[in-house]
Design a protein around this ligand. Structure first.
Ligand code: FAD
Length: 470
């Protein structure tokens, strides 16, 4: 193909651009944020490596990269994980990843290694590699629609339009010129990739041109994150990451907090406190420390009470988990695919977002390499992507739907899934093999079906029976 246009230069857009650089003569990424400066505003979670930026508001929150995400990054950008680690990201060997559920520590599992850094640190290095490719370029602008044309079998997407950003005279909604004062630019493309994140306007753009918007499934989780950096000292040399999850209390009871802490570049800990609905944490540092210190997980308590807070507590709200169901559309235009959070954005509790985005890029590659044509609707791409989306969605939805403030929609078989999930969770603390399988699924190395196979179910039953007898 001659030209591919990618909307959005975050993890999903960058990796899609990398894949497309093998298939298109020219790849143009459209991104409203200033890529040269690495960011315009925000607290210094990224330091000199490139700060947080407005287009990725979640970028100041804790982001760890799963083992499968690392494999995928290295597939598309060989040597990427070594570069990250060489520059100061932290290699978190499975033996140094301590996970607690309701205060009970789970076994340490070698091989389930993570990479931990601030999010801007990782994104800036991925960006440098992708924008260094000879046929990839970035233009600064905010996409505001798709361009359609007629071909022999019907209309198809043939490009996208954007309003240039970065000019104070036209950037500001309140300025007399307003965004309307900016000159709209149209980019012709054989393929447009929407990677604009969870707030994508793809449904409205399709409807405006007479196509169906994809059905959106939402679970209103109302999740709050509060994150802070702390100075890392000599404490806890055997710990790189600690997660402390809590299962929901019955409706009407106070809901317990969850927390996670990970070592990041620059000799720092990044600590996140999370809570739902009325328990969403705020920015008050004293409240943050007090709530983290009350978490029943030794390392979280020790870091919260013993380490110096560096800078502010920053909050982020995730109103819902949402997925757009492209495979359910009977009509879809050729020349368009959707990747990353724009396709599905779910509860970040298991840290699967960047890994999913990387797997979407691999789905795009598999689609194009297996003869997928840009002048036909990319149905096979969406079918492949659905496997990835289902894997992450199923895992987080069981937990989301168990929250007392969440009121569905409950899929068929939900009660049975919840019943089994509670027992699986208990068995994870008792049988390292069950837990290893669970982590294989969390790390997206295996599909969730592994956890309900007879072999796993038998181990779960045996572990619980042995515990009851003991
Ligand atoms: C609180 C929180 C914690 C998380 N923790 C983890 C974690 O530990 N591990 C993990 O793997 N994932 C985590 N995630 C998920 C992760 O942030 C995303 O899945 C990941 O960034 C991939 O998203 P994306 O590239 O699709 O979209 P985003 O990262 O949201 O980026 C969207 C991009 O599109 C651009 N854009 C927006 N509108 C337009 C437009 N009109 N035109 C052009 N460009 C546009 C934006 O500027 C931005 O660059 C977390 C998410 C949250 C909310």
């Amino acid at each position: 193909m001659r030209t591919a246009v990618v909307l959005g230069a975050s993890v999903a857009g960058l990796l899609a651009a990398r894949v497309l650089s093998d298939h298109a003569e020219r790849v143009v990424i459209v991104e409203p944020d200033d890529m040269a400066a690495g960011g315009r505003t925000g607290t210094d979670a990224g330091g000199a490596a490139g700060g947080p930026r407005p287009g990725v508001p979640q970028g100041v929150q804790l982001h760890v990269l799963m083992a499968m995400g690392r494999t995928q990054l290295d597939r598309w950008l060989p040597g990427m994980s070594d570069e990250l680690l060489g520059d100061g990201a932290v290699f978190c060997a499975g033996e140094r990843v301590h996970q607690y559920t309701d205060g009970v520590r789970r076994p340490l599992i070698p091989g389930h290694d993570l990479i931990s850094s601030t999010r801007p640190f990782l994104e800036q290095r991925v960006r440098r590699r992708v924008l260094g490719l000879p046929n990839v370029e970035v233009v600064r602008g905010r996409a505001d629609g798709l361009r359609f044309t007629a071909n022999t079998v019907g209309r198809r997407v043939c490009g996208a339009s954007y309003l240039p950003t970065g000019d104070p005279a036209t950037d500001d909604e309140r300025s007399p010129a307003g965004p309307a004062g900016a000159r709209r630019v149209c980019l012709a493309a054989d393929l447009v990739v929407d990677a604009t994140g969870r707030g994508t306007r793809i449904g409205a753009w399709l409807e405006k041109a007479g196509w169906q918007a994809p059905p959106v499934e939402r679970i209103a989780i109302d999740l709050g994150y509060a994150t802070a950096l702390l100075r890392r000292g000599p404490e806890l040399p055997d710990v790189a990451v600690t997660t402390a999850l809590s299962t929901p209390a019955p409706a009407g009871s106070p809901q317990p907090d969850s927390a996670a802490v990970a070592e990041v570049e620059g000799g720092r800990w990044m600590m996140v406190l999370s809570g739902y609905a009325a328990r969403r944490p705020g920015r008050d540092p004293r409240e943050f420390v007090a709530r983290c210190a009350a978490i029943p997980a030794g390392p979280v308590r020790e870091i919260a009470t013993g380490c110096e807070l560096l800078g502010d507590v920053v909050c982020h709200r995730v109103p819902d988990s949402r997925r757009r169901e492209f495979t359910r559309l009977s009509r879809f235009p050729a020349g368009l695919v959707v990747v990353g959070d724009a396709a599905a954005s779910f509860n970040p509790v298991y840290g699967q977002g960047m890994t999913s985005a990387a797997l979407h890029a691999s789905c795009l590659s598999a689609y194009l390499r297996s003869g997928g044509r840009v002048d036909e609707p990319a149905r096979d791409f969406f079918v492949r992507q659905r496997v990835v989306v289902d894997a992450a969605w199923q895992l987080s939805a069981v937990g989301d739907l168990a929250q007392p403030h969440v009121d569905g929609p409950y899929p068929a078989g939900f009660r049975a899934a919840q019943w089994y999930s509670a027992r699986l969770g208990r068995a994870c603390a008792l049988d390292p093999e069950v837990y290893r399988r669970f982590l294989d699924v969390v790390n997206m190395r295996e599909r969730p079906g592994l956890l309900s196979r007879p072999g796993t179910a038998l181990r779960v039953a045996r572990a619980l029976l042995a515990a009851n007898r003991g």
